[in-house]
Design a binder for this molecule. Structure first.
Ligand code: SF4
Ligand code: SF4
Length: 425
């Protein structure tokens, strides 16, 4: 890696803690990813991206800022990237998947807050996230109660927070709220970038994001094959990188992997034996470097064939229709697309259950592992219905509740291995 110390210093990072974080991520990546057998050659691109996770991409963002472009940080797939790109800004995901700075975070939010929220505070307070420091605007969205209230405290530690309200019901009023929030967001973006939304730039933004979604969905679809041509870990990584890579380069790299996998499928090649139990993951998002559960599954003889998560198909399914002649109509199309996201903060949320069932069928899953973070009420409550609904239809379910610590790995492994044994019968 080139020497980025000066760049990190200029962003105000704590170099010592930051070095320790990068070393830990590098070591974990080596153990989890590089130890896998028969990975597609195209994954070398993602190895490079991870090795430069706080290097090259940050340099690109800072170069773009020097040219006058703005960086918008997000914590949720409800923030419409199409609009961000349309005004020539860049979208980066800020969710983190590691336990860091939690003690400092607990001075702002209670101990019983989910790890996703805590890490957003921890990474800022420990001064280890160059993405947070590179942003011109951070969007906090009112989804679950935990996030909604935590953003009030987050406003004390960052000075560029923008709050977007999100409906809780899929009603006409809910849709109208989302439309008015997206309009307000567009106004804010126009104000900070000095770029007006036009039919042309909005259509271009839609096209870029749709292409990214098409590529990641193409990758997902190839996992219906048996044997599966790529590990669940590698696909999760692509889904995680989706949130901060250059969109065009990401799309091209994922499509190149898909070309390679199609050849593998033709030759009947896979990464796991044909009879390996196939597991669908469902639940809370897994932000980088949270690879704990898929790593346990795939080192226990089973393979992950899909992710019903925001770092997976819940986030990327459905394209935005670009068939319209005015900015307002295009905004309507964007609202239509995002309004279909079946996050557990919505009530009722029937389409999520249907989507899990559809995915289990499509990817020929032998069972579903439902993953919720500790203290995440929306997903923990839905986990009970997911289990009841699917078990009734003969689909075995394992409900796992965990956090970002490594202390429960032994216990999780025992439960996951027992589940895999059940799937073999
Ligand atoms: S789970 Fe819900 S709140 Fe979290 S990123 Fe997804 S849509 Fe947003
Ligand atoms: S994991 Fe659950 S509690 Fe945490 S931010 Fe997401 S929805 Fe909220």
């Amino acid at each position: 890696m080139s020497d980025y110390k000066e760049m990190w210093s200029s962003l105000g990072l704590d170099l010592e803690t930051h070095d320790a974080v990068l070393n830990l991520v590098g070591k974990t990546y080596q153990d989890v990813f590089l130890s896998q057998n028969n990975r597609p050659k195209g994954m070398e691109y993602f190895d490079f991206v991870v090795s430069e996770i706080h290097g090259l991409r940050i340099k690109e963002l800072l170069d773009a800022k020097a040219e006058g472009r703005k960086i918008v940080g997000t914590f949720c797939v409800f923030v419409p990237e199409e609009i961000v790109l349309a005004v020539n800004a860049i979208c980066v995901g800020l969710c983190a998947g590691a336990e860091l700075g939690f003690e400092a975070a607990e001075e702002y939010i209670p101990r019983n807050t989910c790890s996703l929220i805590k890490s957003a505070f921890g990474f800022k307070l420990a001064k280890v996230c160059p993405y947070i420091e590179a942003t011109d605007l951070i969007v906090g969205e009112n989804t679950c109660d935990g996030k909604k209230k935590a953003y009030e405290a987050y406003g004390n530690i960052v000075d560029n927070l923008y709050i977007m309200d999100i409906p809780q019901m899929k009603s006409e009023a809910g849709r109208a709220l989302l439309k008015s929030e997206y309009k307000k967001f567009a106004d804010k973006l126009e104000e900070i970038t000095g770029v007006k939304l036009t039919v042309e730039n909005l259509k271009k933004g839609i096209e870029t994001v749709n292409n990214k979604r098409k590529a990641i969905l193409r990758l997902a679809n190839l996992r219906a094959a048996n044997p599966v041509p790529i590990s669940g870990l590698d696909v999760l990584l692509a889904n995680q990188v989706y949130f901060y890579d250059n969109p065009e380069r990401f799309t091209a790299s994922v499509n190149a992997i898909c070309d390679e996998l199609e050849q593998r499928i033709e030759k009947g090649e896979g990464v796991f034996p044909k009879d390996a139990p196939r597991i669908l993951l469902s639940g809370c998002p897994m932000a980088i470097p949270n690879w704990k559960i898929p790593n346990i599954i795939e080192t226990s003889g089973a393979i992950v064939v899909g992710e019903e998560m925001c770092t997976g198909e819940r986030g990327s399914q459905k394209l935005t229709n670009d068939n319209a002649n005015t900015v307002d109509q295009l905004l309507d199309n964007i609202v239509d697309r995002y309004f279909q996201i079946d996050c557990a903060v919505f009530t009722p949320n029937q389409t999520r259950y249907e989507h899990i069932k559809e995915m289990a069928k499509k990817y020929k899953a032998d069972g579903v592992l439902h993953y919720s973070l500790q203290f995440c009420q929306p997903y923990q409550i839905e986990a009970i219905s997911v289990e009841k609904n699917l078990e009734k239809e003969g689909i075995p379910v394992l409900n796992i509740e965990t956090d970002y610590s490594q202390e429960d790995i032994g216990q999780l492994k025992t439960r996951i291995e027992a589940f895999i044994e059940r799937l073999k019968k």
